[in-house]
Design a protein around this ligand. Structure first.
Ligand code: IFM
Length: 446
């Protein structure tokens, strides 16, 4: 089978993904900037600082996308730049984003614009961030309306919010990993997650009211939860509970307009506005998560998070390498019959030891899914190494290495691999032999 080619559809979108705060630099007016200034919040005391300098000059990186042959890019708009004071909108910031979108389009790269990727304007943070439905939902809808009014001629593919489950769990459950840095506040985590979904729904309507052909979705971080001991009923049960809370509850809410029991205590707002507010679903997939029953961990639904044995880990134990884990997750989406974008996928791997194999296995798995589901594109996380939130600069997710002290970008082998895959619009034996010969048998058995 070594001469077979796993072709992708002719109109498949090949892209990379970035987020404003991680690449722009000097985003001084959001809660993350404030969070970074306090000691102990970011590994090695790192700060986003000038990041990758996109606010001044993103265009050379757009050229790198062109060199790889990309026809798509997912970027985010920084709310705190567009609306630096509540109700005051900044036309110069709008101008800069317009210039970026135009530059992408001129290069044949279709932009997907994310409206919220982890950062809040500081004024919103002071009003409770995403904690209060009545405050944040109308404000987010007004911001979305403004963005589509000002940029709708340059973009019609919108991602409202990025990873509500990660934003809520790292900000409200885990210990100081994201602002506001609360621990074990399951009540608030659930309220925040639901408010982000209600915000998504309100933004969906605001975008469609002003742009009839808008295509609106959100990026859902999904993980495959696997019992550490498959024969243990307790491990299987907690894996199933986490799968529900992390993966399925959000989908049920959006697809069927139902909160799960766990999602909201007290009197929740009606979930009805959520129904019918997805034109597509985005999946961010990185790794599998092993879980074991642990009666001492009520905050994580009695699960202890572990690494599966004998599986290579990406840098700093970020996750195990199991790209095929995306397939069972994609099946969860099938009931929605919606187009799917892989809005992020990648790993931190400074030496680029594991990334080529990861990309090839990930795309091979997606190729199987493409036969059954409408998967419209793949956005690799990310173009160049960038500011990885609480991990600072130490985690290197880039197809290009980025030296923050000189600004120099150097392509890793994975950038060349991605270029070759895009040129071929698929994966063939030659590509696998060149970049990950150890996978030839696995990808082309017989
Ligand atoms: O860098 C992040 C991104 O902002 C959201 N999804 C996961 C990525 C890697 O951790």
């Amino acid at each position: 089978m070594a001469d077979a080619t796993f072709y992708f559809p002719a109109d498949f979108k090949w892209g990379t993904a970035t987020a404003a705060h991680q690449v722009e630099g000097q985003n001084t007016n959001n809660q993350w900037w404030a969070w970074e200034q306090a000691p102990g919040h970011i590994q090695n005391g790192d700060r986003s600082g000038d990041a990758c300098g996109w606010w001044q000059d993103a265009e050379p990186d757009f050229d790198r996308m062109v060199e790889m042959g990309c026809n798509a890019h997912r970027l985010s708009i920084e709310w705190s730049r567009i609306e630096p004071r509540e109700g005051r909108f900044d036309s110069a910031a709008v101008g800069r984003y317009r210039a970026m979108l135009l530059s992408l389009r001129r290069r044949g790269i279709e932009p997907m614009v994310t409206l919220h990727h982890f950062t809040n304007p500081q004024w919103l943070e002071e009003r409770g961030g995403w904690e209060h439905t009545d405050v944040v939902v109308p404000l987010f809808a007004r911001y979305a309306a403004r963005v589509v009014k000002d940029m709708g001629d340059l973009c019609d593919l919108w991602c409202t919010v990025n990873e509500p489950n990660i934003y809520a769990s790292l900000g409200y459950l885990s210990d100081h990993r994201m602002p506001p840095g609360l621990t074990n506040r399951l009540d608030k985590a659930m309220a925040v997650m639901c408010n982000m979904l209600l915000g998504h729904a309100a933004a969906y309507r605001a975008l469609h009211e002003r742009q009839s052909l808008a295509r609106v979705g959100l990026a859902h971080h999904m993980r495959l939860f696997q019992p550490l001991h498959p024969s243990s009923l307790a491990d299987r049960t907690v894996a199933c509970l986490l799968d529900g809370a992390f993966n399925r509850d959000i989908l049920n809410a959006l697809l069927h307009g139902r909160w799960s029991l766990a999602m909201w205590r007290g009197r929740p707002p009606s979930p009805r506005p959520l129904r019918g507010t997805l034109d597509w679903v985005g999946v961010n997939y990185y790794s599998r998560q092993g879980v074991a029953f642990d009666r001492a961990s009520p905050a994580t639904l009695f699960a202890r998070l572990v690494n599966m044995p004998d599986v290579p880990l990406s840098d700093f134990g970020y996750g195990d390498i199991h790209p095929e884990g995306i397939l069972p997750l994609l099946k969860l989406l099938a009931a929605g019959r919606l187009p799917v974008y892989i809005t992020e996928s990648g790993l931190p791997d400074a030496d680029d030891r594991l990334r080529p194999g990861f990309i090839l296995r990930q795309l091979r798995a997606l190729w199987s899914a493409v036969q059954f589901q409408l998967i419209q594109g793949y956005y690799h996380w990310t173009l160049t190494d960038n500011f990885e939130w609480g991990e600072g600069w130490r985690m290197k997710f880039g197809l290009y290495a980025f030296d923050a002290s000189t600004g120099i970008r150097t392509p890793r082998r994975s950038a060349l691999l991605y270029r070759d895959i895009i040129r071929r619009n698929g994966i063939d034996g030659d590509i696998v032999r060149e970049y990950a010969p150890e996978l030839v048998e696995q990808l082309f058995p017989g």
